[in-house]
Design a protein around this ligand. Structure first.
Ligand code: HEM
Length: 545
């Protein structure tokens, strides 16, 4: 082509062509992609032979029913109907496959875990709301991080922390007592929104345990950290999760949101309805990071790893700082930045999960007074003698253990999680193409009748004293997941729940707030009570016997 002609095309035709081509080809491409995406699950998908519920809506799939249903119940009814491999379709033709067999779960979560990471949009949501650490990393980076962090979560380390749970717990006891005594007829007790209060107490506990930092959000709601977490927890809902999922899937959206430019303009984004929950999450995490960074700097400046304060010596951050100092020349070291992100992750992963677990436990006890009385008979005399039972004593209370495990089984704070297949594979002899989204059905597995029997959905702590013969220690109870991504702090979570519960049950009786009370679990990442779980609380000694 002669150079004049190419110059002519470049300077004159290209802009004209670009505008029209952009509009026309862009529209055709979007329509083509949309049509393909919508037709995909009906006619083209290699997964369409897997049994599962019919697609309810051509654009939204099963999403409307999932949105209005109780988390996990629908999937459980599908599993009962279609068997141990189920396919269902979400919005815009996105398919999800559920595997229930222990062999399939072993492959996805344990033996081939590197081939089944969390989907990127999930990692982005977790990263934006709970820091970029263990929860978001995968593969070798994750393995190295976990190796560096594991020693701070050893049983010995956690056992030494147990007494830190009691200051916030007794703070809660005092608040409940004061509220009840201020009533005109104290013997009738008082209705409290238990989840709200448990969320404050568990935030105070995790801040002490993770940083050695006293938030005291029970008495001081204006505390920077408490306020930021309060905002973060309040935006959790399924519709907001859907908004997060869409935006977090757009390439480049997360780096843009994390940029300094956007951070400085979050106040503007809060006025855009669709983006408001994301802006609130980012702003809250930014505030949490600022407080954490300050605490981290203080710990690092104290070369004795905070030798001055007894509490801070045993917190997770102090342990990590000490480990780093003693291993200064070895590998597996985390940078300052990485260590900070981890601690934010611990707060995010450890605060709401435990609050939710405790709230459901109190509900189950409130609605099963005979079990509550049996538990009180075990824990009451022990707590009376020793108001702050240590790790060993908590472990020795067998019925308490059964009650906590049974509650976590029926009402797991994390009811499901997602994984994505990074290469074509066979699972349970079913061909799963690269990119397939897998729904890990924690709540369904925990209440699977083939393992747990016909009363699988009932709250019966006694079953833990004699486990069913089909029980598989790793894959019949998935509340803390299994494999390299399983909860790093399972031991602390259970010990903390036991500590708080033993003290509360020794001091109070819990009842439904009104006759016929129905619970409303709402699940985004955790499954919390939508109404903050009102319960009537009475002082133990004043209750009619
Ligand atoms: C009852 C309370 C808790 C429950 C039910 C729970 C449950 C879980 C579950 C299901 C996962 C796996 C998530 C996934 O991979 O999709 C997980 C991971 C994790 N949890 Fe917990 N958790 C609880 C308490 C805690 C506490 C107190 C901490 C405090 C440090 C914590 C820290 C973590 C971390 C760091 C991970 C990521 C582990 C990894 O990927 O290597 N959790 N938890």
């Amino acid at each position: 082509m002669d150079s004049n002609l190419s110059e002519y095309l470049f300077y004159f035709s290209l802009p004209v062509l670009t505008i029209w081509h952009l509009i026309v080809f862009g529209s055709i491409f979007i329509l083509y992609r949309l049509a393909l995406q919508l037709l995909w699950p009906y006619f083209l998908s290699p997964l369409r032979g897997i049994p599962g519920p019919p697609i309810l809506h051509p654009i939204l799939g099963q999403f409307p029913t999932l949105l209005h249903g109780v988390c996990g119940f629908l999937q459980r009814s599908w599993a009962n109907r279609y068997g141990s491999v189920v396919r269902f379709v979400g919005p815009f033709g996105v398919e999800r496959v559920v595997f229930l067999s222990p062999q399939a779960l072993h492959k996805i979560l344990v033996s081939d875990w590197q081939e089944y990471p969390k989907p990127n949009f999930v990692r982005n949501i977790l990263g934006v709301s709970a820091g970029w650490g263990l929860l978001t990393e995968t593969g070798d980076v994750h393995r190295q991080m976990r190796r560096a962090l594991n020693p701070a979560f050893s049983i010995t380390s956690l056992a030494e922390q147990t007494d830190m749970y009691y200051e916030p717990t007794y703070g809660l006891v005092e608040l409940f007592k004061a509220g009840i005594e201020a009533e005109s007829i104290p013997s009738q007790g008082k209705v409290f929104h238990t989840y709200t209060w448990l969320s404050k107490a568990t935030l105070d506990i995790i801040c002490l345990a993770a940083f050695g930092y006293r938030t005291d959000s029970l008495h001081n709601p204006d505390n920077e950290l408490a306020d930021a977490y309060h905002n973060l927890v309040n935006i959790q809902s399924l519709p907001n999760l859907a908004i997060f999922s869409v935006f977090m899937s757009i390439p480049g959206f997360v780096p843009l949101m994390r940029s300094k430019w956007t951070t400085a303009r979050l106040y503007l984004l809060k006025n855009v309805k669709l983006l408001a929950p994301i802006a609130i999450a980012l702003e809250s995490v930014d505030r949490i990071k600022r407080v954490s960074a300050q605490m981290f700097r203080e710990k690092m400046a104290d070369t004795e790893a905070a030798a001055s304060d007894a509490d801070s010596k045993r917190d997770i951050l102090s342990r990590l700082v000490r480990m780093r100092m003693s291993n200064a020349s070895k590998g597996d070291q985390l940078s300052d930045e990485a260590m900070m992100e981890q601690v934010i992750t611990f707060l995010g992963a450890g605060h709401e999960t435990t609050a939710t677990g405790l709230a459901w436990n109190l509900w189950l006890l409130a609605s099963h007074p005979e079990i509550q009385a049996k538990l009180r008979a075990e824990v009451g005399p022990i707590v009376e003698q020793n108001p702050c039972p240590d790790f060993r004593t908590l472990r020795q209370m067998e019925y308490l253990d059964s009650v906590v495990m049974e509650s976590l089984r029926i009402m797991p704070p994390v009811p499901m999680t997602l994984r994505r297949c990074v290469k074509d594979d066979y699972i349970d002899n079913v061909w799963i193409p690269k990119g397939t989204m897998l729904y890990i059905p924690i709540r369904i597995v925990n209440t699977f009748k083939e393992v747990w029997g016909d009363d699988a959905e009932q709250f019966r702590p006694e079953r833990w004293a004699e486990l069913p013969k089909n029980y598989n220690p790793t894959f019949s109870f998935l509340s803390f997941l299994a494999g390299p991504h399983s909860c790093i702090d399972r031991t602390m979570a259970v010990a903390e729940m036991k500590a708080v519960l033993s003290v509360l049950i020794s001091n109070f009786e819990f009842e439904p707030a009104y006759a016929g009370q129905v619970i409303r679990p709402t699940a985004a990442i955790t499954m919390k009570p939508a109404d903050n779980l009102p319960l009537r609380i009475r002082l133990v000694r004043q209750s009619p016997s």
